[in-house]
Design a protein around this ligand. Sequence first.
Ligand code: EAX
Length: 324
Amino acid sequence: MKLNRLFAAAVAAGLLAVTAAQAQTTMKISISTAQNSHQGVAIDTFAKEVEKRTNGRYKIQTFYNGSLGGERESIEAVQLGTQELAFSSTGPVPNFVPETKILDVPFLFRDKAHARAVLDGPIGQDLLTKFDSKGFKALAWAENGFRHMTNSKRDVKVPEDLKGLKMRTMENPVHIAAYKGFGIITTPMAFPEVFTALQQGTVDGQENPLSVIISAKFDQVQKHLSLTGHVYSPCIFVMNKAAFDKLSAADKQAFLDAAKEGTKANRARVDEDDAKGVADLRAKGMTVIDNVDKAKFVQALAPVNAEFEKQFGKANLDKIRAVK
Ligand code: EAX
């Protein structure tokens, strides 16, 4: 009798375990930066929240340091469905969803609060829907932050100092056009290759937010940093559209809410990195020019910006600029 009961309990437990195992779906999400970064915090939080909000029925496997490929490759994989999710800067995104290009216009956003208000407001939320017809579900905007220039050659104080520097850029048409406007020799390259390219001198410099410069340890291969803040760099949680559509309504909401939590953690970390980044990088030996004359850099891009006004429509850019 006692044995029977034990046996029944064991069978029941086994069945439960089997059902739980069957019901658990594993999905992958990747970033190109380290786990200990503003992007790592984003996907770690997302993974934890998805598991919590779906009672463990969905498990999110997290991959760091571009171990599944660079950002363009990971977005491609999400579009194809060989990878369910990616968290990426919007660098390569215009190659998939051209409407997002407008966010890459230099000196468009006044500060992070402005950029976040635009992304969280009607303009940003409308842009998220543009991913649908391209095979994606865009879950939420997050951020990389404002990008700054680093190089191994010289202090960059005025725009003329950028002339002739060979710099790695993201695979982004707006950035490339703008940086050419500064007289930079642009070399588009996937992020996982950048450290080595800087180390070997294939390029003189690169540009990224403090969060990325710190987590990628670019201070080890770059001497000069200038806080140019020339462009805001959004990030995005993207998911394969078919994988998202398969979820129940409640689970869809769980994924969307989890991404929002990821964004909160991500932005808090960017704020933290921005607050202590300069002191940290100085302590590591970088020379930091933190008082560049922004107006001169804006002025240097006047011809390029005139082109952007034509391309994107002045009214559309003004609509973004007008957001409080
Ligand atoms: O998303 O490619 C880049 O420079 C990005 O800013 C970096 O991968 C972090």
